[in-house]
Design a protein around this ligand. Structure first.
Ligand code: SF4
Ligand code: SF4
Length: 451
């Protein structure tokens, strides 16, 4: 049955009573769809609807499908799974929706149901188990993975694999990812393992704790280092709690709410003494703020998660709200800014990073049309749904102004995806994190760096 054939204006008397075809554990919250009036004002905001033109790949269609399972009109089957997992969870529809329907939250809950009913099997199950359960939640294993990637880059193996054409045995999208892999450096958690408190430079104005992240610290430890530099320069004493872990966003996006909960509890405990938790990855920040959603049936943890989520702050907002030293050195670059979905739509942070860029002397900001449109990264969506991710990226790159030298943003997944876009479409922009630019300006002021 196509959703086009479904009656979108059904009788409210049929409204959900028993959430009939959902499994009892972690069922979607009916209050989240109750306010959807099928107005369609979310349709234009949706990248997957833009590409497919199909109702089931629109926010309105997805909400309707999720509601239909609760009403017993649909099964938890492949027909339901496909549009639910084809959603980017980009939250653009939530911004567009006049009724504040939390489509992203519903999608994540629906994915949890699908994975309970239809667990991944075969190679997909094995890969998911290896990465989501075996590697990401364990810091030592992540560090080992980083070590292997570093060995691959430095030992000459990467050059050999590329020159011999051996790389072509991998699927195209993995070849693309390999080609833009940043240089792997020492993770900051390893660097500061004997010094979990990094003092402020000069007078201490506040104490903050820093979430180093999993992928962030393996792939972009230089951005974590830049974050620490910028924080300490601005009077923040930075604590890096030892027992922190991956935020769990990738797990929750993939429907593994049990592992997401486990990681949430680990982080809530690890940061319990912190007044403020600073995050430099939009996806992680959004997840930490949404930890309460993971504990509908555990009131004690729900309360702890509520307390914790109030302490979470993106680095750009923290700097903006607490005041920061305006850099004096010039960075003479034309820069455009990409709004990471989980910063703009997920956390409502749009102006703060732009203000930081505008405060750097010499920076010329160039407007990117549809700057808050998803780039197609969406966690590991570009690996699980490469075709749709590629189409979303193509649309994104068409909006990147031709004559800019840098594209700035605040999320590691977007940085990787946009780097693929730059390479694939023959562009030459450098991909940078906003805080990295501020750090470079400070360094230049101190006579270091060469920008
Ligand atoms: S999700 Fe919001 S914008 Fe979309 S159809 Fe429902 S009420 Fe309208
Ligand atoms: S979260 Fe993004 S992809 Fe998913 S329905 Fe909303 S706008 Fe579309």
């Amino acid at each position: 049955m196509s959703l086009r054939e479904m009656d979108l204006n059904q009788d409210p008397a049929c409204a959900t009573q028993s959430l009939s075809n959902y499994l009892p554990k972690d069922h979607p919250d009916e209050n989240k769809w109750a306010d959807c009036v099928h107005c369609g004002m979310c349709l234009e905001s949706c990248p997957t609807y833009e590409i497919t033109g199909q109702e089931q790949h629109s926010p309105r269609g997805r909400v309707h499908l999720i509601k239909s399972v609760a009403e017993g009109k649909l099964e938890l089957n492949q027909f339901f799974s496909e549009p639910v997992f084809a959603c980017l969870d980009c939250r653009a529809c939530t911004t567009a929706c006049p009724a504040d329907v939390d489509v992203g939250g519903l999608i994540e809950e629906a994915r949890g149901q699908v994975r309970q009913a239809i667990p991944l099997t075969g190679w997909q199950g094995a890969v998911s188990k290896l990465f989501l359960k075996g590697i990401f939640p364990k810091q030592t294993r992540l560090n080992k993975l980083g070590g292997l990637l570093k060995f691959y880059q430095k030992s000459g193996m990467q050059t050999a694999v590329r020159k011999t054409g051996l790389i072509k045995i991998m699927p195209d999208h993995l070849v693309e990812m390999e080609s833009i892999m940043p240089e792997i450096k020492q993770p900051v958690r390893e660097k500061y393992k004997n010094q979990t408190v990094i003092p402020a430079k000069g007078e201490t104005k506040q104490e903050v704790a820093f979430l180093t992240g999993c992928i962030m610290d393996v792939m972009f430890s230089d951005i974590n280092e830049a974050t620490i530099n910028v924080l300490t320069r601005n009077g923040n004493e930075v604590t890096i709690p030892k027992n922190q872990g991956c935020c769990g966003a990738l797990h929750v996006h993939a429907g593994d709410r049990d592992t997401g909960r486990k990681l949430a509890k680990q982080n809530i405990e690890a940061f319990k003494d912190a007044d403020k938790v600073i995050v430099n990855a939009a996806g992680c920040g959004c997840m930490l703020k949404e930890y309460p959603e993971l504990f509908p049936d555990e009131p004690e943890w729900h309360e702890k998660a509520e307390e914790f989520s109030k302490k979470v702050e993106d680095i750009s907002k923290h700097l903006h709200d607490t005041g920061y030293e305006k850099p004096k050195a010039e960075i003479n670059k034309r820069i455009t800014y990409h709004d990471a979905c989980h910063l703009a739509h997920g956390q409502g942070i749009r102006q703060e990073p732009r203000d930081i860029l505008l405060d750097i002397p010499g920076v010329e900001m160039v407007h990117m049309p549809n700057s808050d449109r998803c780039c197609g990264s969406a966690g590991i969506y570009n690996i699980t749904n490469p075709e749709m991710a590629g189409a979303v990226l193509e649309n994104k790159m068409a909006n990147v102004p031709d004559d800019v030298e840098m594209i700035s943003m605040g999320n590691p997944g977007c940085m990787l995806q946009m780097a693929i876009g730059v390479q694939k479409y023959g562009r030459n922009q450098q991909i940078v994190h906003t805080v990295q630019l501020l750090d470079w300006a400070y360094q230049k002021e101190d006579g270091k760096g060469d920008l």
